[in-house]
Design a protein around this ligand. Structure first.
Ligand code: FES
Ligand code: FES
Length: 157
């Protein structure tokens, strides 16, 4: 079934079989920040924004994404500048092997879109489905708080 969707602002087309996941289709299109950690909805490494909300792309049928707007880590930087979440993840040392990082950034982008000044508890709840085997969760939490501050300053709030 042919589908057309927007990936990071660019129209893309795919022809997935009915059971093919959005994760596999995106990776097949070269969008390799979308990581396959479990293929089962458990780890969050495949998280993307689907029409503005974070989803585990391994649990979404690509065939149902016609007309959707999809944002992945590749679409977060603008004009060569890292997004605040990307920069803060690097600056706080929240990136080690980096396998979980794209999913964390995308889940956090969803969170900060809804809650610009989250509490630590709200961050922990939002990140409950994102597993990191290297850093633990303190540094990613610090990074998300730092990004929230940077985004607030940039917006003048
Ligand atoms: S690969 Fe999708 S949640 Fe783990
Ligand atoms: S940095 Fe390695 S799994 Fe998170």
């Amino acid at each position: 079934m042919k589908v057309t969707f927007i990936v990071n602002g660019v129209e893309r087309q795919a022809d997935p079989s009915p059971g093919t996941s959005l994760m596999d289709v995106l990776r097949g299109l070269g969008v390799t920040s979308v990581k396959n950690g479990c293929d089962n909805g458990d780890c969050g490494s495949c998280a993307v924004l689907l029409n503005g909300r974070a989803v585990n792309a391994c649990l979404v049928f690509a065939a149902r994404c016609g007309g959707a707007e999809i944002t992945t880590l590749e679409g977060m930087a603008s004009e060569g500048a890292l997004h605040a979440l990307q920069a803060s993840m690097l600056e706080t040392g929240a990136v080690q092997c980096g396998f979980c990082t794209p999913g964390i950034v995308m889940t956090a982008a969803d969170l900060l879109g809804r809650i610009p000044s989250p509490t630590d508890r709200q961050i922990d709840e939002a990140m409950a489905g994102n597993f990191c085997r290297c850093t633990g969760y303190t540094k990613p939490r610090q990074a998300i708080q730092a990004a929230a501050e940077m985004l607030k300053e940039a917006s003048g709030d």
